[in-house]
Design a protein around this ligand. Structure first.
Ligand code: NAD
Ligand code: NA
Length: 396
């Protein structure tokens, strides 16, 4: 069928299999162009199908020749109905990895569940023996707790008082004011359960118990800090509490991995357009200003540039991994440069529906948003009839 983007608010209901494949191929080509990384050989990526997790899987495989197992939660296609983009990305990734002679298998299911953890352990045992890198890159609005059966929902709210600031509807370019009511204690607790570090630690416990961790095992989860303008709704809001918990969990995990000379890290990454970040008020306006400035400075990066730099310049240099005062790896260093942030603070005040056209990079935002779903890629014929029933080779 011919597949067009069908937007509903901050999501797109369709995904283009050939465009998703092009996205994966472009990321592979980028990683290859940067040369070999003396990195991991057997990698588990939890949250491997989109965003930073997909970039981690691609960098592991095509930068370091690693075998990869990818875990994700995606919608397969049905006749006449497209799959979710992460499904098509994973299909394309496996196809390219297999072509390159690399082991790549995937598990589609709820990573928070005991069943998916067990399935992953069984796959590692039968195929790889052990893993030497575990990337934890889940972004989910809900978590069904495996012990209690309670379904927890995360929220994106300020803590303490109502937050009012500017935001932009990136579809129309309209700048307006939004107010978000403060979170309840329950909202905070639920967000920490969903996006904090408990599940990451459960994964490490299960893998350790199963004896599938290699000596020198490294595990990394991704976090975000960001600027003052988004602080009330992000880092000092409900999601920030979850990130505080995730960051604290890294130290607990390092403790658990002592016998393996292993280490748990958090990497603080740059703000990027994803399905999740588009739904957070205020963030799209910040990102449109950030993109404009970083592109003008020649320091703009997407997920793949960020993760390639994480591996090549931070993790696998043969030298100790540089961290900040709180033990975190920082690849948000260019975003947080004071000249970049000073400019954003100034442009923030000047941004209106009329001025943002010039001040911000709304077209870059829209382009990235379309790209998430496989639309807007050069070299893809979007008028062509394509097969929506594309499968992930390793998933039967
Ligand atoms: P994303 O939505 O692109 O990716 C999320 C991944 O998690 C997908 O592979 C999805 O299939 C998987 N997933 C979700 N629920 C699952 C479940 N129950 N079981 C199995 N898999 C599941 O998100 P992203 O933006 O790449 O975020 C990944 C991490 O990076 C998050 O911790 C996020 O906070 C962090 N981060 C994001 C940004 C940003 O600007 N996007 C910046 C810094 C850090
Ligand atoms: Na991800």
């Amino acid at each position: 069928m011919v597949i067009e983007p069908r937007m509903r608010g901050f999501i797109c209901l369709t995904a283009h299999p050939v465009g998703c494949e092009q996205n994966v191929k472009n990321q592979i080509a980028y990683v290859k162009s940067k040369g070999a990384i003396h990195g991991p050989k057997r990698v588990l990526v939890i949250g491997a199908s989109t965003g930073f997790g997909l970039a981690s899987r691609i960098t592991s495989a095509f930068g370091s020749n690693a075998s990869t197992i990818g875990v994700f939660f995606e919608k397969p296609p049905m006749e006449g109905k497209t799959a979710s983009p992460g499904w098509y990305n994973s299909a394309a990734f496996e196809k390219e990895a297999h072509k390159a002679g690399l082991y790549a298998k995937s598990i589609n299911g709820d990573a928070f569940s005991k069943e998916v953890k067990q399935q992953t352990i069984d796959m590692i045992k039968s195929d790889l023996g052990q893993v030497d890198l575990i990337i934890y890159s889940l972004a989910s609005p809900v978590r069904l707790h495996p012990d209690t059966g309670v379904l927890h929902r995360s929220t994106l709210k300020p803590i303490g008082k109502t937050f009012t600031n500017k935001t932009v509807d990136f579809h129309t370019g309209k700048v307006s004011e939004v107010s978000i009511e403060p979170a309840t204690e329950e909202d905070i607790a639920n967000t920490v359960v969903v996006m904090g570090g408990e599940d990451w630690a459960m994964w490490i416990d299960a893998l350790k118990e199963a004896d599938v961790l290699a000596d020198g095992i490294t595990t990394i989860a991704y976090s975000y800090i960001g600027p003052e303008v988004t602080e009330a709704v992000y880092r000092k809001g409900t999601i920030g509490r979850a990130k505080d918990h995730l960051e604290a969990t890294a130290f607990e995990i390092t403790e658990k991995l002592k016998d393996y000379n292993g280490k748990g890290y958090v990497s603080v990454n740059k703000a990027l357009v994803t399905q999740a970040s588009s739904a957070i008020p205020v963030i799209p306006l910040y990102i449109s200003l950030l993109y404009k400035i970083m592109k003008a400075e020649g320091i703009h990066e997407g997920c793949i540039e960020q993760i390639q730099r994480l591996y090549a310049d931070r993790l696998y240099t043969g030298k100790p991994v540089p961290t900040d005062g709180e033990g975190r790896i920082r690849i948000d260093d260019w975003e947080m440069r004071s000249d970049v942030q000073d400019r954003i603070a100034k442009l923030w005040d000047e941004s209106t529906t009329e001025t943002l056209v010039e001040l911000g990079d709304l077209s870059g935002y829209k382009q990235d948003f379309l790209n998430l779903f496989g639309f807007g890629f050069d070299g893809v014929d979007y008028l062509a009839d394509v097969d929506e029933m594309v499968q992930v080779p390793s998933i039967k």
